[in-house]
Each structure stands twice: as C-alpha cells, then as structure tokens.
Design a protein around this ligand. Structure first.
Ligand SMILES: NC(=O)c1ccc[n+]([C@@H]2O[C@H](COP(=O)([O-])OP(=O)(O)OC[C@H]3O[C@@H](n4cnc5c(N)ncnc54)[C@H](O)[C@@H]3O)[C@@H](O)[C@H]2O)c1
Length: 477
C-alpha cells in the first residue's frame, strides 16, 4: 500500500490561495480549501487549469500523481489532520488574527500557520500568540519558485524542508522587515513608475516596454548585482561605482515620495492600461504569462541559472526511469508551448530534441554519464531517422522507451519509441552513435563497465521486434 499523501489546508482561496492549492496538488499533496466565497471552487478550478497546462512542461521527469482537492464547509474541517496550513485571506491584520485564533484551536501539537502576507511582519501577525511564520510567495505560486520566510527561528526551520520539497526556493530573512526583500524592491520601482505616469512623462505601455525590452530580460537570469558587475567591465565593481554611483545623489529619482493615488491618477492608470491590454481577458493574459514563464524557465535550465537551477534540483527528487513493455523509460515530459507551431502541433524539430534527451537517458543507464564525459569519453551521433506517426499537442505527456539494437564495440544503435498517454505510438527514432575519445576526436571502444552494460541491454532486447527500424526514408516498414 502506498503511504497516505500529505495534506495541505488552504485558508483563503483567492489568487494566491488558488496558486498554493495548485502547487501542492501537482506535487502530490491532498488539498483542503476553506473560503466562504461561493465562487471559490470556480476560481480555483481556473487557476488549476492554468497550472496543469504549464507546470509539467518545466520538468523532464513526471511529477507525482496529482493529490485530491476538497472544498470544506468549515475551517476546522480543512485544518484537522493537515500537515501544512497556508493562510492566504485578504491583507487585513485584524482579519488574519481572527482567522489564526480559529485555526490555532485545531492545530496538532507543534503545528503552525504559514502566512502568505505581502508585507506584515510575523511578529505582528503572531501578536495574539498564534504560531505564525511568514511564507511569502509570488504570483503565480505554481510556477515562481521564491518564498520569503521570516519569523521565529524554530518555525522557519520547520517550514524550510516542506517548501523545498514542493520545488520552491526559500529565502530566509533572519531580520524581520516590512514587505521583506522582493516587495520592498518592487515597490521602489513601482513608485518611480507611478510618478512618471502622474507627471505625464510616460504611459503605462511605455513604462512596460522600457522594462521588458531591456533590464527585465537581464534580471531573470542574473539579478542586479551580477548584472552591474559585468557593466563594470574588466576593471570591476569599483570602476562601475565610480562611474555611476554619483548619479544616485542626483535628482533623478523621487523614491521617498509616493504620489497621491487620487481619482485622477487612478483613472489615468485604468484608461491607459485598458488601451494597452484591454483586448485580452485576465485568463488570456495569465495563459500568455505562464507560457512565457515556462519558456524562460526552461531556457534557464540549460545553464542552471536562477529558477532554472531550482527546477533541476527539484527534478532530482522526482522518480525517474521505470519500464514500459520491458524497455527502459529514458525520458518522460510534457510538451511545452515552445515546441508547438501555430496550429498547436508539436513541430518536427522537437521530436529530434526528444530523441536527443532519450539517448542521454540511455547513456546514463549504462554509466556513460556526466562524470564519464568529463573523463574524456563520450558517444557522438552519426545518423538519425525519425518517423512521424501521430499528431502531438501542447501539454501532452510523452514517454520515450529505448531499445538497444546494437551495443557491440564502438557502436551504439538505439530505437526510441515515443508514446502518448494512451499508449499510441507518436514517433520512432532510430539513431546510431559512435564511441569517441574526446582528446583524439576518433572513435574508440568504450570503457569495460559501459561496454558490458550496453551489451547486456542489447542482449536483453535482442528478441524484440523493432518495426520501422532499418528502413530508408519514406518507407513505411
Ligand atoms: N496577489 C498577489 O500578487 C500576492 C502575492 C503574494 C502574497 N499575497 C498575499 O496573499 C494574501 C491573499 O491575497 P490574494 O491576492 O489572493 O487576495 P484575494 O482577494 O484574491 O483572495 C483572498 C481570499 O480570502 C478569502 N477570505 C476572506 N476572509 C476569509 C476567511 N475568514 N476565511 C477564509 N477565507 C477568507 C476571500 O473570500 C478571498 O477569496 C494576502 O495576504 C496578500 O497580501 C498576494
């Protein structure tokens, strides 16, 4: 019998509570939601649809089976038996404190409450004695990894392993401050934006273009300090600061003043924002944002930078491998939007990419892994034949199995089957590789352990048919 899933109680199921519900569910936790809003189930359903269409595409391994979602009539029903309680009710101190008093009655010995607050300090939230720690996420919670954790040291210590397990990056604040790091920073930028808008210097659209055409791109992969380190050039940070530091004292910024959010300014922002983005619904904007985030985060996997590194380390904790039809599973992944054409079909180059990573998976199975490559040996691809057999759409979860057709001497001939969720064959890839010495760049026999592992797979697969293998281009065999 498999062990019972962990249970998360989500108190307040709006934008952020819905995002938390999706993150826990997709990481295999059961989720119990309490929110008196009669629309809560519909709203969370829409967030979950977005999450299911985006999160699996981040990983090259399958996420655990989705947990069960329950909507509760009472707060006590949601909290009872929960391993984690995430409070995400509206940002009002007295409301949060009232809710904590109720939650505290149902917490087990040693239990605590994690708050999503955007700005209240844990010590203010906990002033009535409830065990509260701030675990502040960013929207969309199911995709963005950062959580800022602050509060009592013992509670911070309890929160840390849980958020890491569900693929998040915990930034622990040892000193309590209002708004933590991320929001303090965002508000500084936002204040400047509001001033420029109020003073008629730039529109909402112009301000947004200035971000996304320039430093917005830089910040996803290096942040501000590493970016400026490069800007200093070979002479380093001191040079950069000498050049640009004095401008901090020039009257460029109005950071300490906040423009009055009067009716005029609110109308100006609303009108300009409608002109900029009103042609898209909020759901359409969310899907656009999620597709873009997945594309950016997948690119960052390549170098392990920022959120890409976080995905890689979370992926290490997910179960890999297994077998289908007695063949090793060498890859399983969901089709991201970047793999699809304007019709929503997976494009032909993506099939080759699947094959590439499946070959990599097989190499790891036989011990030709990163350490082996670092030792100066590897396999080079010399030929590949792809047969495109069925349509594949975005979000589809594809499983690749690999049959070793030939593992003798320098040769490694593989036959990858790409299977859809219902077991239909979407494609096959037959690929020939030669073992190569990375110093001489010439073919050579593999090390004995690798040779033996490959040969025994070839032997085990020898009696199997490989329909479609060995043909010429255009043949239906
Ligand atoms: N929106 C963001 O970008 C963001 C980001 C990080 C953190 N937060 C924080 O997350 C929290 C929630 O923000 P949101 O944007 O999801 O707000 P929201 O208005 O979308 O959701 C709040 C939800 O709380 C529910 N609620 C109110 N009283 C309740 C009660 N007594 N018990 C249970 N549910 C109750 C409401 O019905 C509503 O569905 C706030 O503390 C906010 O500061 C927001």
């Amino acid at each position: 019998m498999s062990p019972a899933a962990n249970k998360a109680a989500i108190i307040g199921g709006g934008v952020i509570g819905g995002g938390w519900a999706a993150r826990f569910l997709l990481n295999g936790w059961d989720v119990a939601v309490f929110d008196p809003d009669p629309e809560a189930a519909r709203k969370i359903g829409a967030v979950l649809d977005n999450a299911r269409a985006s999160v699996p595409a981040l990983y090259d391994r399958p996420l655990p089976p989705e947990g069960t979602l329950t909507f509760c009539e009472t707060l006590s029903e949601a909290v009872t038996g929960a391993d984690w309680v995430q409070e995400s009710v509206s940002e009002r101190l007295e409301l949060k404190q009232k809710v904590y008093a109720e939650i505290a009655e149902h917490l087990p010995e040693g239990g605590f409450i994690a708050s999503s607050t955007s700005g209240f300090k844990a010590s203010d939230l906990a002033s009535e004695g409830a065990p509260v720690v701030v675990v502040h996420p960013f929207n969309p919670v199911y995709l963005l990894p950062l959580v800022e954790i602050s509060g009592e040291e013992a509670l911070r210590g309890k929160a840390l392993p849980v958020v890491t397990k569900i693929g998040m990056y915990p930034l622990v604040l040892k000193t309590e401050i209002d708004a933590f790091i991320g929001n303090r920073f965002q508000e500084a930028v936002w204040r400047e934006a509001l001033w420029m808008l109020k003073d008629g210097i730039a529109t909402t659209a112009e301000i947004d273009e200035s971000i996304r055409m320039s430093f917005g791109l830089r910040w996803a992969q290096m942040g501000i300090f590493e970016t400026y380190r490069i800007a200093g050039g070979e002479t380093g940070y001191a040079n950069f600061l000498a050049q640009f530091g004095p401008s901090l004292k020039w009257p460029w910024t109005k950071l300490m003043n906040v423009p009055e959010l009067d009716d005029d300014l609110i109308a100006k922002i609303s009108e300009q924002s409608d002109a900029q983005s009103g042609h898209l619904s909020i759901r359409e904007l969310e899907r656009l944002r999620d597709d873009n985030l997945v594309a950016i985060m997948r690119s960052l996997r390549r170098t392990g930078s920022g959120a890409g590194g976080m995905i890689l380390s979370h992926e290490e904790t997910l179960a890999a491998g297994g077998e289908v039809d007695s063949l090793p599973v060498t890859l399983r992944r969901a089709v991201p939007v970047t793999w699809t054409d304007y019709n929503g079909h997976m494009n032909e180059a993506a099939y080759l990419e699947l094959g590439t990573w499946a070959t990599d998976g097989l190499m790891q199975c036989v011990g030709a892994d990163a350490d082996y490559v670092a030792s100066g040996k590897s396999y080079f691809t010399v030929d590949t034949r792809i047969r495109y057999l069925d349509e594949v759409h975005r979000g589809a979860v594809l499983t690749v199995t690999t049959q070793v057709l030939d593992g003798a001497g320098k040769k490694m001939k593989l036959f990858h089957r790409v299977l859809k969720e219902d077991g239909t064959l979407a494609a096959t890839l037959e690929t020939l590789l030669l073992h190569t010495d990375l110093t001489s760049r010439r073919a050579c026999p593999p090390e004995p352990a690798v040779a033996q592992a490959l040969e025994s797979l070839a032997e085990a697969h020898a009696d199997r048919e490989a329909p479609g293998a060995g043909g010429a281009v255009g043949q239906r065999n």
